[in-house]
Write a protein that binds this ligand. Structure first.
Ligand code: NAG
Ligand code: NAG
Length: 348
């Protein structure tokens, strides 16, 4: 955001003096900004001013970031490497960037986070890796990002979070994982994130959440689970969230609207620190009679079937018992009648 504003300002102000530097880039004098955006570069250019504060290398064809590619740029605070077809990072790729605060590597072709990735990045507060091709997150890889507050991993192909992946990210407040392929949220995959406030898991393929998966997240205020593959929920999963207030997003899942689900949602809606933001958009997929219906709308009737079943059983039992009693009574009367008739016959 800040970056876009700064760049927009620069692009729109022709009065600013700039000169060519690093062959194809524009260096904005007095402001230490270097614009190398979409210059067809295949390598990080040499000879950039040592005082560079912001470097935009987006929209190029870098493919691989070589070892020490940014050597000497000690002052760099913001580095944009988006849309540059980056597939790999050599060891020490970010050597000398120890004051870097924002790194944007979105819209590239990374399939993994190399184990040495975070080694020089301990000052980074915001890291964007969204829209890459990451498959698996595991440790090591991110553990030196001890000042990271915002991590965007959305729109990758991540199918599993290994335990300990986020170890070391003790300052993390926002974690974006929407648009991936996660299937199960396991206990232990989100540990050591005491300050996490926003966790976006929407538009994955989550069909199961283990009961204590969210339990370590004591600061969580927003949990997005919309657009997944959830049919049922376990109330305990959310009861284990010991937070002041957490907003949940649960629409767009193939809910199986039965009496159980009704009970879970009733409980969720009654717990004071939990808020289902999109309850009125929570719709049923199963049973087929209710497909497309809003849960809020059919809510009260979901346990009707159960009530009816109980009623039918009760009535059947009563009818049977009564029937048996009546039959017994009839038999007794008949017997008496026969006995009486017998007596009368014998009298004649
Ligand atoms: C989503 O999860 C289901 C199992 O719940 C699995 O059969 C299916 O292949 C998964 N889909 C994708 C796109 O990963
Ligand atoms: C419910 O869904 C509609 C249509 O998809 C959307 O416009 C609206 O913002 C949603 N409301 C909530 C509370 O999510």
């Amino acid at each position: 955001m800040l970056l876009s504003i700064v760049l927009l300002f620069l692009y729109l102000s022709p009065s600013r003096s700039s000169r060519l530097c690093g062959h194809l880039c524009h260096c904005f004098e007095h402001s230490d900004l270097v614009d190398c955006h979409a210059k067809g570069l295949e390598d990080v250019p040499h000879g950039l001013p040592h005082g560079t504060w912001l470097l935009d290398l987006g929209g190029n064809k870098l493919t691989v970031i070589r070892s020490r590619a940014f050597a000497g740029l000690w002052s760099l605070r913001i580095l944009v490497l988006s849309e540059s077809s980056i597939q790999d990072l050599q060891t020490n790729a970010f050597y000398s960037l120890s004051f870097l605060e924002k790194l944007d590597m979105s819209h590239n072709k990374l399939t993994r986070i190399p184990p040495h990735f975070s080694e020089s990045l301990s000052s980074v507060r915001e890291l964007r890796l969204n829209h890459n091709a990451l498959v698996l997150l595991k440790s090591p890889g991110l553990e030196h990002l001890e000042n990271l507050e915002k991590l965007d991993l959305s729109h990758n192909r991540i199918h599993s979070l290994e335990p300990g992946t986020f170890r070391g990210l003790s300052r993390l407040r926002h974690l974006y994982l929407q648009g991936n392929r996660l299937g199960v949220v396991r206990d232990g995959s989100l540990t050591m994130l005491p300050g996490l406030e926003v966790l976006l898991l929407g538009n994955n393929n989550i069909s199961r959440i283990e009961v204590n998966a969210f339990a370590p997240l004591h600061s969580l205020s927003l949990l997005g689970l919309e657009g997944n593959n959830l049919e049922h929920l376990n109330f305990k999963t959310f009861l284990s969230l010991h937070t002041a207030a957490t907003h949940l997003q649960l629409a767009g899942n193939p809910w199986n609207c039965d009496c159980d689900l009704h009970r879970v949602f009733s409980k969720l809606l009654s717990v004071r620190h939990l808020h289902v933001d999109d309850y009125h958009n929570v719709t049923c997929q199963e049973p087929w009679q209710l497909a497309g219906a809003s849960l809020a709308w059919v809510d009260g009737q979901l346990c009707m079937a159960e009530t009816v079943t109980v009623l039918v059983i009760t009535v059947t039992v009563i009818v049977t018992v009564f029937g048996a009693l009546i039959m017994a009574e009839r038999k007794r009367k008949k017997k008496k009648h026969w006995e009486q008739s017998d007596g009368e016959t014998q009298d004649h």
